[in-house]
Design a protein around this ligand. Structure first.
Ligand SMILES: NC(=O)c1ccc[n+]([C@@H]2O[C@H](COP(=O)([O-])OP(=O)(O)OC[C@H]3O[C@@H](n4cnc5c(N)ncnc54)[C@H](OP(=O)(O)O)[C@@H]3O)[C@@H](O)[C@H]2O)c1
Length: 331
């Protein structure tokens, strides 16, 4: 499958409009299964992979590194710095597999753990080091784990506004670019925090921000920055499913408006949740999946997204109108 390619403006980087997230990948308990999902994504035409030192409690980089070894020149890799696993987190990484198996087989326990995950996450991850020394150390370690000489993008990971030593970070990133260790750089996180951090730089080539149909507008991101988005599916989907399940009357309304498929909205148009943002055709949309059919569906949608048929466009428009009408009614 051949996916549309986007030019990340001003960076010299061209890649597929659909990117695969390696954080979500770690919901799959086995390394072999994760490797298979990376292959499925590649076979589905995806050529952009998003990773970070914290993903998989430090294991995502090395697993992605193993996968990209034979594809390095064909794929782009975005990596980050600023959040890393603690020593306790790295130890926990080795027992992830049985723990994830248990959580998968007992969804109620998994939901409880996720609901209380803020406190344990402080034990598993540490945040900071938005300065040149720490950024340099993190990049060297990442390149070693990824078994590559360069990453295409290096992003400040969820920087805390005010904690970024922007002048020295800027000099470090530009030096790394000149040395060929990175091709470009940027900031990743929630739109407000990303924008706040970006204001301390004269120019940020790439901004990677959470965005979906219910999230605040991306219009505040300056036109000069290339855009990558994430968070497109999971949070709006959860909200829509909760809404549709709330009452028989709502289910009936959705059924009447869109037919039986849309009563379970997860089967339908996950990327339409990104549509209100008119720059969507110009950016990379990241997503995560642990089920191969979800990867195939995302890829098929991305392939058609630049040139939907009139019927698909009208179908998408009525789905989005329904979502907007239902949620303006609910709010
Ligand atoms: N600060 C940052 O830069 C930052 C922050 C968060 C995330 N990210 C990146 O973005 C990636 C994606 O994370 P996200 O938060 O944006 O997740 P997401 O893509 O919004 O949601 C992932 C979930 O969507 C489900 N899904 C995928 N395709 C689907 C379909 N066709 N129908 C129904 N469900 C579908 C997947 O289910 P299954 O697992 O069952 O397939 C998965 O659980 C991460 O892996 C990470 O790389 C970056």
């Amino acid at each position: 499958m051949s996916l549309p390619v986007v030019d990340l403006d001003g960076t010299g980087i061209k890649t597929t409009t659909l990117g695969f997230g390696c954080a979500t990948l770690f919901r799959a308990p086995d390394a072999a299964e994760r490797l298979r999902l990376l292959h499925v994504a590649y076979e589905a035409g995806i050529r952009h992979f998003d990773v970070a030192p914290m993903y998989g409690l430090g294991r995502a980089e090395s697993e992605l590194g193993r996968f990209i070894r034979s594809h390095r020149s064909e794929v782009t890799v975005a990596n980050k710095f600023g959040i890393r696993p603690t020593p306790a987190g790295r130890c926990f990484a080795y027992v992830q597999r049985p723990v994830r198996r248990i959580l998968r087989s007992k969804p109620a326990v998994g939901a409880q753990v996720r609901a209380h995950s803020a406190a344990p996450s402080r034990l598993l991850y540490e945040k900071g080091g938005y300065d040149a020394v720490n950024a340099g150390r993190s990049l060297r370690q990442s390149l070693r784990r990824l078994r590559t000489d360069y990453v295409d993008l290096l992003l400040l990971h969820d920087p805390i506004p005010g904690s970024v030593r922007s002048a020295e970070i800027y000099a470090f990133l530009e030096d790394a670019r000149s040395a060929g260790l990175i091709r470009s750089w940027g900031i990743a996180g929630a739109p407000e925090a990303t924008l706040a951090a970006a204001l301390s730089f004269s120019h940020v080539p790439v901004q990677q921000v959470r965005s979906h149909v219910f999230a605040s507008s991306l219009s505040s991101i300056p036109e000069g920055s290339a855009l990558i988005t994430f968070g497109v599916i999971s949070s709006p989907l959860a909200r829509i499913i909760q809404h549709v399940r709330a009452s028989a009357a709502i289910r009936e309304r959705w059924y009447t408006a869109t037919g039986p498929i849309a009563v379970i909205p997860k089967l339908r148009h996950p990327f339409s949740f990104a549509r209100p943002f008119n720059r969507i055709a110009l950016c990379v949309v990241l997503f995560g999946a642990t089920r191969p059919p979800h990867i195939g569906a995302a890829s098929a949608i991305a392939e058609r997204s630049c040139r939907p048929s009139a019927a698909e466009q009208s179908d998408l428009d009525s789905f989005m109108s329904l979502v907007q009408a239902e949620f303006s009614r609910a709010s």
